[in-house]
Unconditional design. Structure first.
Length: 346
């Protein structure tokens, strides 16, 4: 069986967006291996045996582990010369990806991204002058604004197989949750349970009005709600028997929780992509990121965002005195979106 190495050195949500490619490659007869960051590994553990996952930490040992795979093809969806150089140094015969140029490189309107792009292009040029061909298949994104999953679609088309977009993208074995969560899910089965995940890795992605939304909309209406408690988000006070605070037990448990609920309300974070991957109705508040590139890739996904900040998307290097991108998304806008979602299911 042909072996394919998928490089994904970014975050958990980015790994989730690679799953339609991974599933399509597997169905096309490829033995897929993942070279992933520590954060992304938990996603690949749901679909690959552990011996096919290498945590790439830029060490000699992890390089040797990747090389032992003996992949016939290697792919990276990121316009990042470091990934392309790694594929070349691993000796992989066919290397497919997006070279660093203005069309392929996200957020190239930002000064610091422009500097990174110039450095990457200089390294590409040096490799070319030295006779080192980084990519055997160099792709150009069809549209600068196209979604990240569509980028994976271009790589899949280059290898000649389709993405597998049908949800669920994650293969989840049965996993019991805490007693409180299990009881809540039983008590509210069939009532349309919401998961609220108020956290995000970067502060420029954390919408500040979730507590008010719970207090003024969810609890007065008796809507079944599970609030995920995360270290980076302030606790949300709950007073209704139809609300449950759920401390994250593990990533696997979070995947399981979402799989057994109906709606996901969250920031632009991995939670939105997990919800989409499991076929849930997802409502996402965007701050510093771009919904064109990173909205949850699912039918009926709802995005709340504002154009108040002239430099958005800023990729979490805010140059404003406050987070204008989040301040521009009003409480009323999100509340109205939740109301529409409720009405559509009723």
């Amino acid at each position: 069986m042909k072996r394919l190495l998928l490089l994904e050195n970014h975050r958990l949500g980015d790994a989730v967006m690679s799953l339609p490619f991974l599933r399509g490659a597997t169905e096309a007869g490829w033995e897929v291996h993942a070279g992933s960051s520590t954060a992304a590994r938990a996603v690949y553990e749901t679909v690959l045996p552990p011996e096919r996952i290498v945590t790439w930490d830029r060490s000699v040992d992890s390089f040797r582990a990747l090389r032992r795979i003996g992949a016939e093809a290697g792919v990276s969806v990121w316009a990042d010369v470091r990934d392309h150089l790694l594929l070349r140094l691993l000796g992989i015969p066919r290397r497919i990806g997006f070279p660093m140029n203005r069309r392929n490189y996200y957020a190239n309107h930002l000064a610091w991204r422009q500097r990174s792009l110039r450095i990457g292009q200089a390294l590409q040029g040096a490799c070319r002058l030295g006779g080192l061909r980084l990519l055997t298949d160099s792709l150009q994104r069809t549209d600068y604004s196209q979604h990240h999953v569509a980028d994976w679609g271009q790589i899949a088309a280059e290898i000649d197989f389709p993405l597998r977009l049908e949800a669920p993208w994650l293969d989840l074995p049965p996993l019991p949750l805490s007693d409180a969560a299990e009881q809540f899910l039983r008590d509210h089965a069939g009532e349309g349970i919401w998961v609220l995940h108020p956290g995000a890795f970067q502060p420029g992605k954390r919408w500040p009005h979730y507590a008010r939304l719970v207090r003024e909309l969810f609890e007065p209406r008796g809507i079944p709600l599970i609030v995920v408690e995360t270290p980076e988000a302030a606790p949300i006070p709950l007073s209704s028997p139809n609300s449950l605070a759920w401390p994250v037990e593990s990533l696997a448990a979070f995947f399981q929780l979402v799989s057994r609920c109906d709606f996901v309300l969250c920031n632009d974070s991995a939670a939105s992509h997990v919800g989409a991957a499991l076929g849930k109705r997802v409502l996402t508040v965007f701050g510093s990121g771009s919904s064109d590139w990173f909205a949850p890739y699912a039918p009926g996904a709802v995005v709340f965002e504002s154009s108040a900040c002239p430099v958005r998307p800023c990729f979490d290097r805010c140059v404003q005195p406050s987070f204008l991108c989040l301040e521009g998304v009003s409480f009323e806008t999100v509340a109205a979106g939740v109301e529409r979602a409720l009405a559509s299911t009723n």
